[in-house]
Design a protein around this ligand. Structure first.
Ligand code: KG4
Ligand code: ZN
Length: 347
């Protein structure tokens, strides 16, 4: 049997932020199991992820999550062809838990180790159902820690075109939710509140950073929401507690509209720049329905129309399916890591 005929079974592991996840995926797209232990309840009262708490929870969860993923997939260590781990970017003390577990299993089971970039894996989620990627393709990753545009030549070849200069889109959602006293994580709360709001109620700023720029900046927008609630000099009382549900909904909808406007315009700008035929969208914020819809409309309106590939909603936020799926391409390319693999906060 040649390598191309043999089915490749990969165990993926993900611990870059506040989700402990493991998955078994065959040939990059046949998902046999996906287990995600979320820590939302642990971080909720802090309004954001506390790295030490995340790390400790990963240590407790990692082996139960891995063994549940293997159990649900009905595979034992012998049937695994490789172990894939997202080793960058993320919180170092969270990443190190997954990296250590993956290296230990690689050594104990005698299976190759594959290192995966978490952001590239987010984009792989958009390719899960795809046979062929029509090039050139522009890819947008919108997560809690990153907002990045890439020129994607293949799942393994991504050249960064632009990135956030301050807050990431997801971070802005989380911070604005805190300002509006909406529950953590902020993205889903803002989306929910915005459903009954008027996106044109308040004209929040859209930072484009110049006519040519493919970088992003969302901290000015976040500050504009804060000023709106506390007054320009920040000396006014925090009015949020007294605001009506409609007022909160209008702020949420207007903020969300501003984020979406910028994301769609910059993606279109990047697509024009590289003459793209396809647009890929992934990352936690890609779960946002108004964003998915607005990008779809923009792609349809483009001449010639662009094909939009979006990650299925359950694979937008952190998971290990995307890790195991991207690792299949690295396996076929013979790109393996060794036991000296380290976590890296950047990437
Ligand atoms: O990719 P992800 O799960 O973790 C990181 O790699 O950071 O993204 C998490 C981010 C959070 O900021 C969360 O608020 C945001 O994705 N998010 C959303 C939605 N669901 C999650 N943002 C907007 N709308 C949503 N429905
Ligand atoms: Zn992520």
């Amino acid at each position: 049997m040649s390598l191309n005929d043999k089915h490749i079974t990969i165990l993926g592991i993900e611990t870059s932020c506040d989700e402990t996840a493991a998955a078994v995926v065959i040939d990059g797209r046949d998902v046999r199991s996906s287990v995600v232990a979320s820590q939302t309840d642990l971080h909720q009262k802090y309004g954001g992820v506390v790295p030490e708490i995340a790390s400790r929870a990963h240590i407790e969860n990692i082996y139960p999550v891995i063994s549940e993923a293997l159990g649900r997939a009905h595979v034992g260590p012998d049937e695994i062809d490789a172990i894939a781990i997202a080793n960058q970017p993320g919180l170092t003390i969270a990443l190190v838990v997954g990296v250590t577990a993956a290296k230990t299993l690689s050594f104990a089971w005698g299976k190759p180790l594959i290192a995966i970039n978490h952001l590239h894996a987010h984009l792989q989620s958009a390719l899960l159902g795809e046979e062929q990627l029509e090039l050139p393709a522009v890819a947008l990753v919108v997560s809690g820690g990153h907002t990045s545009l890439y020129d994607c030549q293949s799942p393994l070849e991504l050249t960064r075109l632009g990135a956030t200069t301050d807050d990431a889109a997801g971070e802005a959602f989380d911070k604005v939710a805190t300002i509006l006293r909406l529950p953590y994580p902020g993205g889903p709360s803002i989306e929910k509140a915005a459903r009954s709001g008027n996106p044109k109620a308040i004209r929040f700023p859209r930072s484009m950073l110049g006519r040519e720029s493919l970088d992003f900046s969302f901290s000015g927008l976040k500050t504009a929401v804060l000023y709106h609630c506390r007054g320009q000099d920040m000396k006014g009382a925090d009015r949020v507690a007294e605001m009506s549900a409609q007022e909160i909904a209008d702020i949420a909808a207007s903020f969300q509209a501003a984020v979406i406007d910028v994301l769609v315009k910059k993606t279109k700008r990047a697509a024009d720049r590289i003459g793209a035929r396809t647009v890929l969208l992934g990352g936690g914020v890609a779960a946002n329905s108004p964003l998915r819809d607005a990008l779809q409309r923009a792609c349809e309106k483009n001449r010639p129309p662009l094909r939009l590939l979006v990650a299925p909603k359950q694979y937008c936020t952190d998971n290990a399916v995307m890790v195991a799926s991207l690792a299949f391409h690295k396996y076929r390319a013979g790109l393996f890591a060794d036991l000296a693999l380290e976590p890296s906060a950047t990437g």
